[in-house]
Design a protein around this ligand. Structure first.
Ligand SMILES: Nc1ncnc2c1ncn2[C@@H]1O[C@H](COP(=O)(O)OP(=O)(O)OP(=O)(O)O)[C@@H](O)[C@H]1O
Ligand SMILES: [Mg+2]
Length: 347
């Protein structure tokens, strides 16, 4: 007898002092029992709740989870709930399990209910700040690209033009020098001007790859790979499909390739690299691998600018980037980016 009393006390404590709302309903969805926490949650009194037919609830969105319990299954509802027309909307998490009688027939259900409004609010706020941050970083990336294009134009138009005039004047002068020594000197200066024109052209191309506009993405990637191979001796194999992208998106992909290849030259100690670029199901797939030392996990998770820039560029078009390093066996970077429609974002 004492044991029974003890058990009853434990049950009473568990049920009524549980920090989670609990209620029990019969097979006709009438509430037969509930705990204090549930009453506090819905700001109601016991006499209003016991005997309540849940078919008559104002908001019926929670009903299917209870019907699941009556059908002998586990029912779960997570979503908004409104107690009455004028009541504020709250978010609830409801888990309903069937209750069986002695011959295993479902006689009702037990539900645990949690008010998750605050958690949801925090989640929304977090989502909101994340999307604002993405927006902001997308704008920074775009603004940087525009600024680089402006600087490239300025350098090309002012410095490039002046150097060309300078060279023409020198050639004119060289032909008129009586002293061959002076003529030779001017010839040397003219060659230096040539080299400077080349450097200016290179700076402009790096700032704004005109090959991208003239030849398209895959040719631009091939050109970049060849240029790097010539300068560094790293054998770069390029397997690029011709993909037509809107200019801003093509620039994004080109910049990702550029950063990945620059990293290979600077950090990988690789002898070979491979670039794959192809389109599949309206998705652009880009893969860049090298056979170098392999990027470490630490470096991948660090917020270093180059890698972060790559990620942000992919996110800008709702894409993503995965970076994998295998010690002593190289690094693999793969990006998946939805191909933007001609009227899409970023134009
Ligand atoms: N292909 C690679 N192989 C090995 N290590 C790499 C490779 N790419 C990047 N890393 C490592 O990851 C680090 C971060 O790269 P990240 O591009 O972000 O910065 P960074 O190249 O050092 O500087 P920057 O801001 O100029 O790009 C590098 O410093 C390097 O240690
Ligand atoms: Mg880098």
């Amino acid at each position: 007898m004492k044991r029974l009393e003890e058990n009853e006390e434990i049950y009473h404590l568990l049920f009524h002092q549980s920090p989670i709302g609990v209620f029990i309903f019969n097979s006709r969805l009438v509430i037969t029992e509930c705990n204090e926490r549930f009453l506090a949650m819905i700001q109601s009194r016991r006499e209003q709740i016991i005997g309540l037919d849940m078919n008559t609830l104002y908001d019926k969105r929670t009903l299917p989870s209870m019907l699941d319990a009556i059908a002998g299954k586990l029912g779960i509802y997570e979503g908004p709930h409104r107690a009455g027309e004028k009541a504020p909307e709250t978010w609830v998490y409801l888990r309903c399990a069937p209750l069986f009688d002695r011959i295993d027939n479902v006689k009702g259900g037990v539900a645990i209910a949690e008010d998750i409004t605050e958690r949801k609010l925090l989640e929304f706020q977090l989502q909101n700040s994340l999307s604002r941050m993405r927006d902001y970083s997308a704008r920074v990336v775009q603004a940087g690209e525009k600024e680089r294009a402006r600087i490239a134009r300025e350098i090309h138009d002012s410095l490039g033009q002046s150097l060309t005039c300078f060279k023409m004047e020198l050639e004119w002068l060289a032909g008129r020098m009586a002293n061959p020594d002076h003529g030779q000197r001017i010839q040397t200066i003219s060659e230096m001007v040539d080299q400077t024109i080349d450097s200016v052209r290179k700076i402009c191309t790096e700032l704004r790859p005109s090959v991208l506009e003239e030849l398209g993405l895959s040719a631009a990637v091939e050109w970049l790979a060849k240029d790097i191979q010539k300068r560094t001796g790293i054998i770069i194999e390029v397997d690029c499909e011709e993909i037509y992208l809107i200019p801003d998106q093509a620039t994004t992909v080109f910049r990702i390739v550029q950063e990945a290849l620059t990293n290979i030259c600077r950090h990988a100690r690789a002898t070979e690299a491979v670039i794959f670029l192809f389109a599949e199901d309206n998705m652009l797939r880009l893969e860049i691998s090298d056979n170098g030392i392999g990027i470490s996990e630490n470096m991948i998770s660090m917020y270093s600018l180059g890698l972060m820039g790559m990620r942000e560029r992919a996110i800008l078009w709702n894409g993503s980037i995965k970076i994998k390093g295998r010690p002593g066996r190289g690094t693999n970077i793969s990006a998946i980016i939805p191909i933007a429609e001609m009227t899409g974002q970023g134009e």
